[in-house]
Design a protein around this ligand. Structure first.
Ligand SMILES: [Fe+2]
Length: 505
């Protein structure tokens, strides 16, 4: 192991290299300027932790030209033991966003970071690298935060519980108002359409003190659902924008703004506007996290007859056994197969956006919601096949979207409840949105023996305490979305034991 002095020397050398090798062709102006507004009003964030680094993020809004932003990474929050210091480019073409990849740091170490711009210094953020052989990992699973419908107080509870990584699985922003209220605050702007509109919507979100503090305190592993663009869209198919060309433009703006505001690797932004969100992270051999994107590449459900739209449940799936439909698209499916087989881990966590298990509805045994995995039954089987072929020891499917908490036993054949459970499904409720009517899912547990727990009455998140012999989980419910001082309590706890799929409640 390197001594501290050597570490600092090496870090300084690396920082210098990074400075020289940086994309400086634009010759940014010197950053010694005074600005009337705080250039770091959007805060700081970290993401994509690995054993030797992470991504650090900030964004200087309103830049007229490319500028350099200084950064420091230290072992202490007083910045006396600085291990890395340098500059990173804030390009106007990326809205002044900085996505800095730090490498070469020590494994399993906590670091503090901050940015400089002119006289201004950002708030201090903190993030830890992943240990070489971790034996414990605390994660939070979260989705669905509607600005108008609730305070984001649940993030305080995550910080208080020592969460080491936040799995945000979509609906990070909402593009429009929903429902009759009552609301706690307003977007104060029309629905976003252009890049500037979406930038403003993301900036509004980051003005929330709890969300801003969460990003400064914990690394996020993000993926999106539909509301980051528009309700119920998938691939290049609009949810409600009438003109297909207008929708493609809207989606491009939304994707771009999402990338600009998230602590993603710079390589996530592909030429042509694709944002590559499917990826894997490894916490030693304790846990693999496979992040899936079920929106960007999704094909139409084979349950819906071409030309027809299905908002609600449909009574009979048009082509239930078709293997044509795909939630992930075939490229991502192939990637998943390979990703799960590459590196075994005790716990394989698969994050995706929506309800994975079969859900028989009161209308009858053949009724289903085609926008859930039920509308892609063959693709669901292929995903389970991939986990099986990889010899996955403990598969845990994590999702959100449905604004309710669920624990399900995942069956290879849901019509045979006595058959083996092949994975455990955990679904988080909304962090800050209203739940749908109870009738949305009907008496789900009665009609679906594999549904072990369902709660439609609370918002919150799921806390996962991952150890080598078990995962201890807790549905953390927010006491009152309208109360800015709300607290969380455990609504229900569960345990998933090693090699015993299905949770004990
Ligand atoms: Fe949602």
């Amino acid at each position: 192991m390197l001594g501290r002095r050597q570490l600092i020397a090496r870090a300084a050398a690396l920082a210098a290299t990074q400075f020289l090798a940086g994309p400086l062709h634009a010759r940014p102006a010197a950053s010694r300027v005074r600005t009337a507004v705080d250039p770091f009003a959007l805060g700081v964030a970290s993401g994509e932790p690995s054993t030797d680094g992470f991504v650090l993020w900030t964004r200087i809004a309103g830049l007229g030209e490319d500028r350099l932003v200084g950064y420091e990474i230290a072992e202490d929050d007083g910045f006396r033991r600085i291990v890395r210091r340098g500059t990173a480019l804030a390009p106007v073409a990326r809205g002044g966003a900085v996505h800095l990849e730090a490498h070469g740091l020590g494994a399993g170490r906590r670091y503090f970071y901050r940015f400089h711009f002119g006289e201004a210094v950002s708030r201090t953020g903190t993030v830890a690298t992943i240990a070489a052989a971790p034996d414990r990992l605390r994660m939070a699973l979260t989705s669905c935060q509607h600005w108008e419908q609730g305070w984001f107080t649940a993030y305080r509870d995550m910080i208080a519980n020592g969460v080491e990584a936040v799995l945000q699985v979509g609906d990070y922003i909402y593009e429009r108002s929903f429902g009759a209220g009552p609301n706690i605050r307003s977007f104060g702007a029309p629905d976003p359409v252009t890049l500037d509109d979406y930038r403003a919507r993301h900036a509004l979100y980051r003005s929330d003190p709890d969300l801003s503090a969460a990003h400064a305190a914990m690394p996020f592993l993000v993926s999106w659902d539909d509301h980051e663009v528009e309700n119920d869209y998938f691939a290049d198919r609009a949810g409600y924008t009438g003109d297909p060309k207008a929708f493609v433009d809207r989606r491009a703006a939304a994707y771009r703004a999402y990338f600009e505001h998230m602590p993603l690797r710079p390589s996530a932004l592909h030429p042509g506007g694709e944002v590559r969100l499917y990826r894997s992270s490894f916490w030693g051999d304790l846990a693999a996290v496979h992040v899936l994107d079920t929106r960007q590449y999704r094909t139409p459900s084979t349950c819906i007859v071409e030309g027809a739209t299905a908002d609600g449940p449909i009574a009979r799936c048009a082509r239930p056994d078709s293997d044509q439909g795909s939630m992930l698209g075939h490229v991502q499916e192939a990637w998943f197969k390979q990703a799960t087989a590459t590196r075994p881990a005790r716990w394989s966590l698969v994050t995706q956006q929506t309800l994975f298990s079969r859900l028989v509805l009161p209308a009858g045994a053949d009724s289903l919601y085609p926008q859930f995995w039920d509308g892609y039954a063959a693709a669901r089987t292929r995903l389970l096949d991939a986990l099986d072929a990889a010899g996955t020891r403990n598969a845990v499917i994590l999702g959100g979207d449905v604004h309710s908490f669920w624990v399900n036993d995942v069956k290879r054949d849901f019509t045979r409840p006595e058959g083996a459970t092949v994975a455990t499904e955990i679904v988080t409720s909304c962090l800050a949105s209203r739940s749908g009517p109870e009738a949305l899912f009907g008496p789900a547990p009665d009609l679906n023996p594999h549904v072990r727990f369902r709660d439609n009455a609370h918002a919150g998140y799921v806390l996962l305490d991952i150890r080598s012999d078990r995962i201890e989980g807790a549905m953390r419910a927010v006491s009152d979305l309208a109360d800015p001082r709300a607290t969380c309590r455990t609504l229900r706890s569960f345990v998933i034991e090693d090699r015993r799929l299905g949770a004990s409640l």
